[in-house]
Write a protein that binds this ligand. Structure first.
Ligand code: NAP
Length: 215
């Protein structure tokens, strides 16, 4: 049965977005600190960077990184994560990920902007643009996933919308042992998530706390 899954990075104080981006450094330094344990894994190096040398960490962080890529049949993301907020005037914008994005599935981009035609990419990814409710786009993505899982990839506000609507079966939060002190808070309005889901916590050698809520 299709499950709705989220993997997210958060700081120890619960922030899931960073605030120090500049034109010269669009991701900011804090994003690197938030994701450093994941970026060090063998899976990230292989799957995202195309590094076939076998380098990278192989412990708990890597196990979760590998699980992230398994069994996904469709993806949902918000307009900002796709890049429409950064490039609002570019009708040909195709996302941040180059000619062959790492999804390999249909990707449903939620946006209120003017309708766009689907964009087929190399490697099996097709971007579709939808203006509808989380429940309705999830129904469409579930149909497209062919029995595999649907991932809500981000950004933070889209993830929080799906969580608040009670649509998420598995939330895996990689909590980095850093204090950001500002940004978009992940947990606000989600009081009692541990009552509707079972919580499993693990600490990796990197100091990353992997907390998984599942039902
Ligand atoms: N911590 C993590 O693991 C993680 C992962 C991914 C991203 N992020 C962070 O998340 C941030 C970006 O996320 P975000 O929260 O700003 O934005 P987002 O969730 O990517 O996109 C939100 C936008 O999507 C559109 N949208 C959302 N729901 C919609 C609906 N039902 N119908 C139509 N349009 C809808 C709206 O844009 P319009 O109205 O303009 O169309 C809305 O403003 C970045 O800072 C990024 O670094 C963090």
């Amino acid at each position: 049965m299709t499950r709705v899954r989220i993997d997210l990075f958060a700081s120890l104080d619960g922030y899931a977005s960073t605030t120090d981006a500049t034109d010269e450094n669009p991701m900011g330094e804090d994003w690197g600190r938030l994701t450093s344990a994941y970026a060090a894994t063998r899976t990230f190096r292989q799957r995202v960077l195309g590094d076939t040398s076998g380098a990278g960490t192989t412990g708990l962080d890597d196990q979760h990184a590998a699980a992230h890529f398994e069994g996904i049949g469709a993806e949902i993301m918000g307009a900002a994560m796709f890049g429409l907020h950064s490039f609002p005037d570019d009708p040909d914008w195709k996302g941040w990920w180059g000619d062959e994005p790492p999804f390999g599935t249909p990707v449903y981009v939620l946006t209120h902007t003017a309708p766009r035609d689907p964009i087929p990419m190399q490697g099996g990814t097709t971007f579709h643009f939808r203006s509808t409710t989380p429940a309705d786009v999830l129904a469409e993505a579930t149909g497209a996933a062919g029995g595999l899982d649907v991932r809500v990839g981000g950004g933070v506000s889209t993830v929080r919308d799906f969580l608040r609507a009670g649509l998420v079966d598995e939330l895996h939060v990689m909590t980095a042992p850093i204090v950001l002190g500002r940004g978009t808070r992940l947990w606000d309005d989600l009081r009692g998530l541990e009552l509707t889901h079972t919580v499993h916590s693990e600490v990796a050698d990197s100091g990353t706390i992997h907390v998984t809520f599942s039902r």
